[in-house]
Design a protein around this ligand. Structure first.
Ligand code: FAD
Ligand code: 2HG
Ligand code: ZN
Length: 431
């Protein structure tokens, strides 16, 4: 037995949660689910040479974490790889098992006065391994970058069962190819990540959150240009009336202002010095319709709930078709206007919200599919068909829109070199 018998699940009822993705749109069938408890067990499983689908928290939104319906693949769950290494406060780094959730790592780092640079609403389920495998973004990219920017090194098991490990934590280490960087965003197609070394960021004593109401999205984009000058700006997230209405009617959360407004920008800043006065000064120069400022944790949570509950509210109203796209920031407003004009119809409602600071728009269509329409417009705006969720199974047929034939040929060569028999996450990312 490669792993303890209780960690090999073959019973269909036990397998089911691992075979269905978070959105419910992808339902596959696995030969078995295995839950290794350490790197050696992952390596032994890889050496069997069976098709493997690495899975962390199964919160991915592109169908990459579940098998197809052939029943031939083994789901390799990393959830037992939950070692939390000691936080090194001199280098502000930590090494953790791939199956540690973001929430658990945040608690661990905060106990040492540090924090994780990336944050997202699925924090209590999403794993650090999964976040590296998808190069997750989230709400603080404009200050700290994506998961790639936190990554110092990885340990991973190759398709051959060989283990590669580079966890020394050297900030400067130009000794050839950046293998951690290569695995970041590879969506389980090149190796199974078993441990991760990441950089941490400071926890600042002062934090302020504000919700600003605007006449339209275009005014929010203009406002953001001014707000960017505020030192310590962590987040700039936008929402619109349609989404707020849905979140309110689904969860009964209160209206943030006395009046309803067309567009909202949620901004947050933190620092060693209280950023409230600087933020207020910047806001006073803007054309805003209303402002709510939150300094207490409870008020902050209330404002963030309006934004973070969008995904769950849309899932309950849907299932929605998800289009996680990015376009150059100064073209976000005309881009969204064009999408709404083309997509909204009696058979479809298009919701949109996102990480405005990164030009990342989350389009969620309730009703008929709109793939060709939306990706056609993304292409014309020189955007990306996947800003942060990855390609998975969902966007695989459209990858050629964002990557050239030469780039795809390099992808294929890398895949062939690391996984010559194509056993790692078949059908995901690459055709
Ligand atoms: P999974 O869903 O289990 O897997 C995702 C992919 O990574 C799959 O292809 C899988 O094969 C691969 N993988 C997982 N673990 C490993 C491993 N150890 N080694 C190799 N491959 C592996 N994403 C964002 O970027 N920004 C957001 O703001 C954001 N918000 C979200 C909010 C909600 C409510 C939800 C449900 C999802 C959100 N996501 C967001 C998407 C998701 O949380 C991220 O993609 C996350 O990184 C997935 O982590 P996971 O552990 O759940 O991975
Ligand atoms: C977010 O930013 C996530 O909340 C999910 O990336 C986006 O549900 C979505 O489309
Ligand atoms: Zn997002």
């Amino acid at each position: 037995m490669l792993v303890g018998g209780e960690h090999v699940l073959v019973d269909p009822d036990l397998r089911r949660p691992y075979e269905t993705d978070w959105t419910g749109a992808y339902k596959g069938r696995a030969a078995a689910v295995v839950r290794p408890g350490n790197t050696a067990e992952v390596a032994a499983i890889a050496r069997l040479g069976m098709p493997l689908v690495p899975q962390g928290g199964n919160t991915g939104l592109v169908g990459g974490s579940v098998p197809d319906d052939t029943g031939t693949a083994v789901v390799l769950s990393t959830l037992r790889l939950r070692e939390l290494g000691a936080v090194n406060t001199s280098s502000a780094q930590v090494t953790v098992g791939a199956g540690v959730t973001l929430g658990a790592l945040q608690a661990h780092a905060r106990a040492s006065g540090l924090d994780v640079g990336v944050d997202l609403a699925a924090r209590d389920s999403a794993t650090i391994g999964g976040m590296v495998a998808t190069n997750a973004g989230g709400t603080r990219v404009l200050r700290y970058g994506t998961m790639r920017h936190q990554l110092v090194g990885v340990e991973a098991v190759l398709a051959s069962g060989e283990v590669i490990s580079h966890l020394g934590g050297l900030e400067k280490d130009n000794t050839g190819y950046d293998l951690a960087g290569l695995l970041c965003g590879s969506e389980g197609t090149l190796a199974v990540i078993t441990r991760v070394r990441i950089k941490l960021v400071p926890v600042y004593p002062h934090r302020v959150t504000a919700l600003l109401a605007f006449e339209d999205l275009s005014s929010a984009v203009t406002g953001l240009a001014r707000l960017r000058t505020v030192a310590g700006l962590d987040a700039a997230e936008y929402m619109v009336r349609r989404g707020i209405d849905l979140v309110r009617s689904t969860f009964g959360v209160p209206e943030p202002f006395r009046r309803e407004h067309p567009a909202y920008l949620l901004v947050e800043a933190s620092g060693a010095v209280d950023p409230t006065a600087e933020l207020a000064a910047a806001i006073s120069t803007l054309d805003v319709l209303d402002v709510a400022v939150a300094s207490s944790a409870k008020d902050r949570e209330r404002l963030w709930a309006l934004r973070e509950l969008h995904t769950e509210a849309l899932t309950r109203a849907g299932p929605p078709h998800k289009y996680d796209v990015s376009v150059p920031l100064d073209r976000v407003a005309p881009f969204v206007a064009e999408v709404l004009e083309a997509v909204d119809s009696p058979s479809r409602t298009c919701h949109h919200f996102g990480h405005l600071g990164d030009g990342n728009v989350h389009l969620n269509v309730l009703g008929d599919l709109a793939d060709e329409l939306i990706f056609g417009i993304v292409n014309r705006y020189e955007g990306s068909i996947s800003a942060e969720h990855g390609i998975g199974r969902l966007k695989q047929p459209w990858l050629h829109l964002s990557r050239s034939a030469s780039e795809l040929a390099v992808f294929a060569s890398i895949k062939a070199a690391l996984d010559p028999i194509g056993m790692l996450n078949p059908g995901v990312l690459l055709s």
